[in-house]
Design a binder for this molecule. Structure first.
Ligand code: ZN
Length: 283
Protein backbone atom coordinates (compact mmCIF):
# COMPACT_ATOMS: atom_id res chain seq x y z
CA UNK A 1 0.00 0.00 0.00
CA UNK A 2 2.38 2.67 -1.24
CA UNK A 3 1.70 6.25 -0.27
CA UNK A 4 3.72 9.00 -1.81
CA UNK A 5 1.71 12.09 -0.99
CA UNK A 6 3.03 14.76 1.30
CA UNK A 7 2.88 13.75 4.95
CA UNK A 8 0.47 15.07 7.53
CA UNK A 9 2.15 17.91 9.34
CA UNK A 10 1.14 19.40 12.68
CA UNK A 11 3.28 22.40 11.92
CA UNK A 12 0.47 24.50 10.49
CA UNK A 13 -1.45 24.20 13.77
CA UNK A 14 1.63 24.95 15.82
CA UNK A 15 2.49 27.99 13.76
CA UNK A 16 -0.77 29.57 14.91
CA UNK A 17 -0.66 28.40 18.52
CA UNK A 18 2.99 28.94 19.35
CA UNK A 19 4.37 31.82 17.30
CA UNK A 20 7.66 32.12 19.22
CA UNK A 21 8.69 28.51 18.66
CA UNK A 22 6.85 27.86 15.44
CA UNK A 23 9.94 27.83 13.26
CA UNK A 24 11.54 24.97 15.15
CA UNK A 25 8.36 22.99 15.87
CA UNK A 26 6.83 23.32 12.43
CA UNK A 27 9.31 20.73 11.24
CA UNK A 28 8.11 18.09 13.70
CA UNK A 29 6.44 15.12 12.06
CA UNK A 30 6.07 11.54 13.16
CA UNK A 31 8.71 10.57 10.62
CA UNK A 32 11.21 12.96 12.21
CA UNK A 33 11.08 11.53 15.74
CA UNK A 34 13.67 8.93 16.73
CA UNK A 35 12.31 7.78 20.09
CA UNK A 36 8.95 6.61 21.50
CA UNK A 37 6.91 8.45 24.11
CA UNK A 38 6.87 6.91 27.58
CA UNK A 39 4.29 4.86 29.45
CA UNK A 40 2.43 1.70 28.51
CA UNK A 41 1.62 0.85 24.88
CA UNK A 42 -1.59 2.58 23.81
CA UNK A 43 -3.02 2.89 20.29
CA UNK A 44 -4.99 5.91 19.00
CA UNK A 45 -6.92 5.98 15.73
CA UNK A 46 -6.91 3.63 12.76
CA UNK A 47 -4.24 1.61 11.00
CA UNK A 48 -3.87 4.28 8.29
CA UNK A 49 -4.52 7.40 10.43
CA UNK A 50 -3.25 7.03 13.95
CA UNK A 51 -0.34 6.84 16.34
CA UNK A 52 0.98 4.91 19.31
CA UNK A 53 2.23 5.93 22.75
CA UNK A 54 4.69 3.78 24.67
CA UNK A 55 5.75 1.73 21.65
CA UNK A 56 8.18 -1.13 22.33
CA UNK A 57 11.20 -2.04 20.19
CA UNK A 58 11.34 -5.46 18.60
CA UNK A 59 14.57 -7.19 19.74
CA UNK A 60 16.66 -7.47 16.58
CA UNK A 61 17.23 -11.23 17.01
CA UNK A 62 15.13 -14.01 18.47
CA UNK A 63 14.43 -17.70 17.98
CA UNK A 64 13.16 -18.14 14.42
CA UNK A 65 13.46 -14.52 13.27
CA UNK A 66 15.77 -11.58 12.51
CA UNK A 67 14.82 -7.93 12.06
CA UNK A 68 16.12 -6.32 8.85
CA UNK A 69 16.55 -2.75 7.59
CA UNK A 70 17.20 -1.51 11.09
CA UNK A 71 18.35 1.86 9.76
CA UNK A 72 14.74 2.75 8.93
CA UNK A 73 13.89 2.80 12.67
CA UNK A 74 10.54 1.15 12.01
CA UNK A 75 10.85 -1.70 14.50
CA UNK A 76 8.44 -0.22 17.07
CA UNK A 77 5.09 -1.71 17.98
CA UNK A 78 2.37 -2.25 20.52
CA UNK A 79 3.34 -4.87 23.12
CA UNK A 80 0.87 -7.31 21.51
CA UNK A 81 2.71 -7.00 18.18
CA UNK A 82 6.11 -7.61 19.76
CA UNK A 83 4.70 -10.69 21.53
CA UNK A 84 3.17 -11.86 18.24
CA UNK A 85 6.52 -11.75 16.41
CA UNK A 86 8.36 -13.52 19.22
CA UNK A 87 5.71 -16.24 19.48
CA UNK A 88 5.64 -16.61 15.68
CA UNK A 89 9.42 -17.03 15.58
CA UNK A 90 9.37 -19.64 18.34
CA UNK A 91 6.74 -21.66 16.49
CA UNK A 92 8.74 -21.60 13.26
CA UNK A 93 11.86 -22.56 15.16
CA UNK A 94 10.22 -25.60 16.77
CA UNK A 95 8.76 -26.56 13.35
CA UNK A 96 12.27 -26.67 11.88
CA UNK A 97 11.66 -23.82 9.44
CA UNK A 98 14.55 -21.47 8.56
CA UNK A 99 14.90 -18.09 10.25
CA UNK A 100 12.62 -15.50 8.64
CA UNK A 101 13.12 -11.77 8.20
CA UNK A 102 10.94 -9.19 9.93
CA UNK A 103 10.63 -5.85 8.12
CA UNK A 104 8.74 -2.66 8.86
CA UNK A 105 6.46 -2.39 11.87
CA UNK A 106 5.93 1.30 12.82
CA UNK A 107 7.88 4.43 13.63
CA UNK A 108 8.68 5.11 17.31
CA UNK A 109 5.40 7.01 17.74
CA UNK A 110 3.62 5.58 14.71
CA UNK A 111 1.95 8.11 12.44
CA UNK A 112 2.43 8.69 8.75
CA UNK A 113 5.73 7.66 7.23
CA UNK A 114 7.81 9.67 4.81
CA UNK A 115 7.68 6.82 2.25
CA UNK A 116 6.56 3.28 1.76
CA UNK A 117 3.23 2.68 3.54
CA UNK A 118 -0.23 4.14 4.03
CA UNK A 119 -0.84 1.96 7.09
CA UNK A 120 1.66 0.73 9.71
CA UNK A 121 0.70 3.81 11.77
CA UNK A 122 -0.35 2.31 15.11
CA UNK A 123 2.17 -0.44 15.89
CA UNK A 124 -0.21 -3.27 14.92
CA UNK A 125 1.06 -4.00 11.37
CA UNK A 126 4.20 -5.95 10.49
CA UNK A 127 5.78 -7.01 7.20
CA UNK A 128 7.21 -10.53 7.24
CA UNK A 129 9.33 -11.67 4.32
CA UNK A 130 8.69 -14.95 2.52
CA UNK A 131 12.42 -15.67 1.98
CA UNK A 132 13.00 -19.18 3.33
CA UNK A 133 16.57 -19.82 2.25
CA UNK A 134 19.00 -20.67 5.10
CA UNK A 135 20.52 -17.47 6.47
CA UNK A 136 23.85 -16.96 8.15
CA UNK A 137 23.44 -15.00 11.38
CA UNK A 138 24.74 -11.53 10.56
CA UNK A 139 25.06 -8.41 12.65
CA UNK A 140 21.89 -6.28 12.45
CA UNK A 141 23.84 -3.60 10.57
CA UNK A 142 24.66 -6.13 7.84
CA UNK A 143 21.00 -6.87 7.12
CA UNK A 144 20.08 -3.78 5.12
CA UNK A 145 19.76 -5.42 1.68
CA UNK A 146 19.30 -9.17 2.09
CA UNK A 147 18.04 -11.61 -0.56
CA UNK A 148 14.23 -11.16 -0.76
CA UNK A 149 12.76 -13.22 -3.58
CA UNK A 150 9.24 -12.87 -4.95
CA UNK A 151 6.88 -15.84 -4.97
CA UNK A 152 5.20 -14.43 -8.10
CA UNK A 153 6.64 -14.50 -11.63
CA UNK A 154 8.08 -11.19 -12.90
CA UNK A 155 5.28 -10.81 -15.49
CA UNK A 156 2.67 -11.40 -12.74
CA UNK A 157 1.27 -14.40 -14.62
CA UNK A 158 1.34 -16.80 -11.68
CA UNK A 159 3.35 -18.34 -8.85
CA UNK A 160 7.08 -18.86 -9.42
CA UNK A 161 7.39 -22.56 -8.67
CA UNK A 162 11.17 -22.30 -8.54
CA UNK A 163 10.72 -20.28 -5.32
CA UNK A 164 7.41 -21.44 -3.84
CA UNK A 165 7.56 -24.27 -1.32
CA UNK A 166 5.10 -25.77 1.18
CA UNK A 167 6.88 -23.91 3.97
CA UNK A 168 5.36 -20.68 2.67
CA UNK A 169 1.87 -22.01 3.31
CA UNK A 170 3.06 -23.10 6.77
CA UNK A 171 4.25 -19.55 7.53
CA UNK A 172 0.85 -18.15 6.66
CA UNK A 173 -1.05 -20.85 8.55
CA UNK A 174 0.95 -20.29 11.74
CA UNK A 175 0.51 -16.50 11.49
CA UNK A 176 -3.22 -16.80 10.75
CA UNK A 177 -3.90 -19.13 13.68
CA UNK A 178 -2.65 -16.64 16.25
CA UNK A 179 -5.80 -15.31 17.94
CA UNK A 180 -4.51 -11.73 17.85
CA UNK A 181 -4.24 -11.79 14.03
CA UNK A 182 -7.01 -9.78 12.37
CA UNK A 183 -6.00 -10.39 8.75
CA UNK A 184 -2.98 -11.05 6.52
CA UNK A 185 -2.45 -9.39 3.14
CA UNK A 186 -0.91 -11.46 0.32
CA UNK A 187 -0.73 -11.28 -3.47
CA UNK A 188 -3.80 -12.71 -5.28
CA UNK A 189 -1.71 -15.52 -6.77
CA UNK A 190 -0.56 -16.61 -3.34
CA UNK A 191 -4.14 -16.65 -2.05
CA UNK A 192 -5.18 -18.72 -5.07
CA UNK A 193 -2.36 -21.20 -4.50
CA UNK A 194 -3.45 -21.63 -0.88
CA UNK A 195 -7.08 -22.12 -1.97
CA UNK A 196 -6.02 -24.81 -4.45
CA UNK A 197 -3.64 -26.74 -2.21
CA UNK A 198 -4.98 -26.59 1.35
CA UNK A 199 -6.52 -29.90 2.46
CA UNK A 200 -8.28 -30.66 5.73
CA UNK A 201 -8.59 -27.64 7.99
CA UNK A 202 -9.25 -24.60 5.79
CA UNK A 203 -10.55 -22.31 8.52
CA UNK A 204 -7.25 -20.41 8.68
CA UNK A 205 -7.67 -19.30 5.05
CA UNK A 206 -10.38 -16.90 6.27
CA UNK A 207 -7.84 -14.33 7.47
CA UNK A 208 -5.69 -14.47 4.30
CA UNK A 209 -6.78 -11.49 2.17
CA UNK A 210 -5.67 -10.75 -1.42
CA UNK A 211 -4.10 -7.34 -1.94
CA UNK A 212 -1.81 -5.53 -4.37
CA UNK A 213 1.92 -6.33 -4.35
CA UNK A 214 2.75 -8.49 -1.30
CA UNK A 215 4.57 -11.05 -3.43
CA UNK A 216 7.87 -10.91 -1.52
CA UNK A 217 6.39 -10.34 1.91
CA UNK A 218 3.11 -10.75 3.72
CA UNK A 219 1.58 -8.14 5.97
CA UNK A 220 0.11 -9.21 9.30
CA UNK A 221 -2.42 -6.88 10.94
CA UNK A 222 -3.38 -7.50 14.55
CA UNK A 223 -6.74 -6.73 16.15
CA UNK A 224 -7.17 -3.64 18.33
CA UNK A 225 -5.78 -4.57 21.76
CA UNK A 226 -8.16 -4.47 24.76
CA UNK A 227 -5.97 -1.86 26.52
CA UNK A 228 -6.58 0.70 23.74
CA UNK A 229 -10.26 1.75 23.53
CA UNK A 230 -9.30 4.60 21.16
CA UNK A 231 -8.05 2.09 18.56
CA UNK A 232 -10.41 2.06 15.55
CA UNK A 233 -10.95 -1.44 14.20
CA UNK A 234 -11.30 -2.26 10.51
CA UNK A 235 -14.51 -3.77 9.09
CA UNK A 236 -14.36 -7.54 9.61
CA UNK A 237 -13.13 -9.86 6.87
CA UNK A 238 -16.18 -11.46 5.16
CA UNK A 239 -17.10 -14.93 6.44
CA UNK A 240 -15.73 -18.04 4.74
CA UNK A 241 -12.39 -19.06 3.26
CA UNK A 242 -12.37 -16.23 0.69
CA UNK A 243 -11.73 -18.65 -2.18
CA UNK A 244 -14.87 -18.00 -4.26
CA UNK A 245 -16.03 -15.04 -6.30
CA UNK A 246 -14.29 -12.49 -4.11
CA UNK A 247 -10.96 -13.98 -5.15
CA UNK A 248 -12.00 -14.59 -8.77
CA UNK A 249 -12.79 -10.88 -9.10
CA UNK A 250 -9.10 -10.09 -8.60
CA UNK A 251 -8.37 -11.90 -11.86
CA UNK A 252 -10.96 -10.10 -14.01
CA UNK A 253 -9.22 -7.65 -16.38
CA UNK A 254 -10.14 -4.01 -15.73
CA UNK A 255 -12.56 -2.40 -18.23
CA UNK A 256 -11.00 -0.36 -21.06
CA UNK A 257 -10.28 3.25 -20.15
CA UNK A 258 -12.32 6.04 -21.81
CA UNK A 259 -10.46 8.08 -24.44
CA UNK A 260 -10.42 11.13 -22.16
CA UNK A 261 -10.06 9.93 -18.59
CA UNK A 262 -11.93 11.88 -15.94
CA UNK A 263 -9.69 13.59 -13.40
CA UNK A 264 -9.01 11.46 -10.34
CA UNK A 265 -10.98 12.34 -7.23
CA UNK A 266 -8.89 14.28 -4.75
CA UNK A 267 -8.34 12.06 -1.72
CA UNK A 268 -9.61 13.52 1.51
CA UNK A 269 -6.88 13.85 4.12
CA UNK A 270 -7.36 11.26 6.86
CA UNK A 271 -8.62 12.49 10.23
CA UNK A 272 -6.27 11.89 13.12
CA UNK A 273 -7.39 11.68 16.75
CA UNK A 274 -6.47 14.74 18.78
CA UNK A 275 -4.61 12.45 21.22
CA UNK A 276 -1.95 12.04 18.53
CA UNK A 277 -0.85 15.66 19.02
CA UNK A 278 -0.02 14.83 22.62
CA UNK A 279 1.89 11.73 21.50
CA UNK A 280 3.80 13.78 18.92
CA UNK A 281 4.89 16.40 21.44
CA UNK A 282 5.44 14.22 24.51
CA UNK A 283 9.01 14.25 25.84
ZN1 ZN B 1 2.97 -3.83 5.19
Amino acid sequence: MAWRSVGWVFGAVLALALPTTATAQSQITFASLATPSGGPSRVFGSYAAGCIAGAMPLPFDGPGYEAIRISRNRYWGHSSLIRFVQEFGRRLHTSGLPVIYIGDISQPRGGRMGFGHASHQVGLDVDIWFELSPKPRLLPSAREEPLLRSLVLPDESGIDDSVWQPGHAALLRVASQNPTTDRIFVNKWIKRRLCETTDGDRAWLHKIVPWYYHNEHFHVRLVCPPDSPACIRQAPVPAGDGCGKALDDWFVPPPPQPAVPSPPAKPRPPRYPSACQAVLHAP
